[in-house]
Design a binder for this molecule. Structure first.
Ligand code: KG4
Ligand code: ZN
Length: 340
């Protein structure tokens, strides 16, 4: 079964074709990063205008790369939330239009649930579940216990900023440009992670929740007091604090729940130091670690089409009356709680 997926929740215009939830036949992402960089963040108005300009050619390219005509597609899926309202509207309506015109089932997908699915492409059939799943992106930091595809329980989440947001805000303080994560990672390679003892908020509080706004404020105060500090040291020390908390909580959840598999997804999970530390901690504890390739960690439509296969098979198509849901979360149950 081939699904065409469409993703326009933020600043990437993306479309992909995935067969049976596992085989990625095409994965096209048109990034608008360069367009938003001069503004230091995503400008919603610019993003939606460019989604509108790009979406037709991105969908056509995805079908072309997959060597599939629309007649050979068995369903059309799109992100309906969470994300920027004016961006979500474009992808959702284009997908509905294609599905309706071609007489195909339409599937509305929760973007965060799709991130959770992304490390499972190669592993879904191999007994990877249950797993402890960390979703770390620019908008979300969530720790979940997934027992099946489309079935999970949320263990904890950020009480303020998302981890990616913290990377982006600290990069702004340091004048490193947008997006901040890759820049901080690169500067950190030449810095000492033990140079500055930034706080590891909530690491030992027994919960699975996260907090990153205090860390960002600590960096701000540190920079005010130490204007001539080495940028590499600030980046490495900040990155180490974020990574310690993310990795610490994830492996503790696996131990507490006696789960033998751990996964991570979302843009921040591309971070080299994060992968290195999580890999080492998992190896030491005999945990299986599932990480998706970078192209599937950042926003993409393959994860939308991949999850849609399972959602369509289990819960059936979505109604064409489904609206965007910009501020929805992961949902406590899965498959966006059957759209309840
Ligand atoms: O998943 P994603 O592409 O989009 C959202 O759904 O938010 O994540 C984007 C976030 C940004 O905050 C970006 O700074 C961060 O992921 N990011 C990184 C790295 N690459 C991207 N953070 C740390 N290290 C990286 N290498
Ligand atoms: Zn995302």
């Amino acid at each position: 079964m081939k699904i065409l997926g469409v993703e326009t929740s933020c600043d990437e215009t993306a479309a992909a074709v995935v067969s049976n939830g596992t085989e990625i036949l095409s994965n096209v992402v048109s990034s608008q990063v360069a367009l938003h960089r001069p503004y230091g963040g995503v400008v919603p108005e610019l993003a939606s205008r460019n989604h509108l300009r790009l979406i037709d050619s991105v969908v056509e390219q995805a079908l072309f790369d997959a060597r599939a005509s629309i007649d050979e597609i068995d369903g059309v899926a799109a992100t309906y939330g969470p994300g920027l309202a004016s961006s979500l509207l474009i992808g959702l309506n284009v997908a509905k239009g294609i599905a309706f015109a071609a007489g195909k089932p339409f599937v509305a997908i929760n973007h965060v649930e799709a991130h959770l699915y992304s490390p499972l492409f190669a592993n879904a059939a191999r007994g990877a579940l249950p797993m402890i799943s960390l979703i770390v992106s620019g908008g979300h930091t969530i720790l979940a216990h997934a027992t099946a595809i489309g079935t999970h329980e949320i263990l904890g989440q950020t009480v303020d900023d998302a981890a990616g947001e913290a990377f982006d805000k600290v990069a702004k303080l340091l004048d490193l440009g947008y997006p901040g994560g890759p820049e901080i990672q690169n500067r950190a390679e030449n810095g000492n992670p033990r140079a500055i003892d930034f706080p590891r908020s909530m690491l030992h509080d027994g919960s699975y929740d996260f907090s990153f706004s205090g860390l960002k404020t600590s960096v701000l105060y540190f920079l005010r007091k130490n204007p001539r500090s080495r940028t590499g040291d600030v980046c490495a020390s900040f990155q180490e604090a974020v990574v310690d908390v993310l990795v610490g909580k994830t492996v503790r959840a696996a131990a507490d729940l006696r789960v033998k598999t751990v996964s991570a997804s979302g843009g921040v999970s591309i971070n080299r130091r994060f992968r290195e530390k999580l890999g080492a901690e998992c190896a030491q504890r005999g945990l299986q670690l599932l990480l998706a390739p970078a192209a599937l960690c950042a926003d993409n439509a393959a994860m939308i089409a991949g999850l849609a296969y399972y959602q369509l098979s289990r819960s059936g198509p979505s109604d064409f009356s489904m609206e965007i849901a910009p501020s929805m979360g992961l949902g406590a149950g899965g498959f966006s709680c059957q759209h309840s």
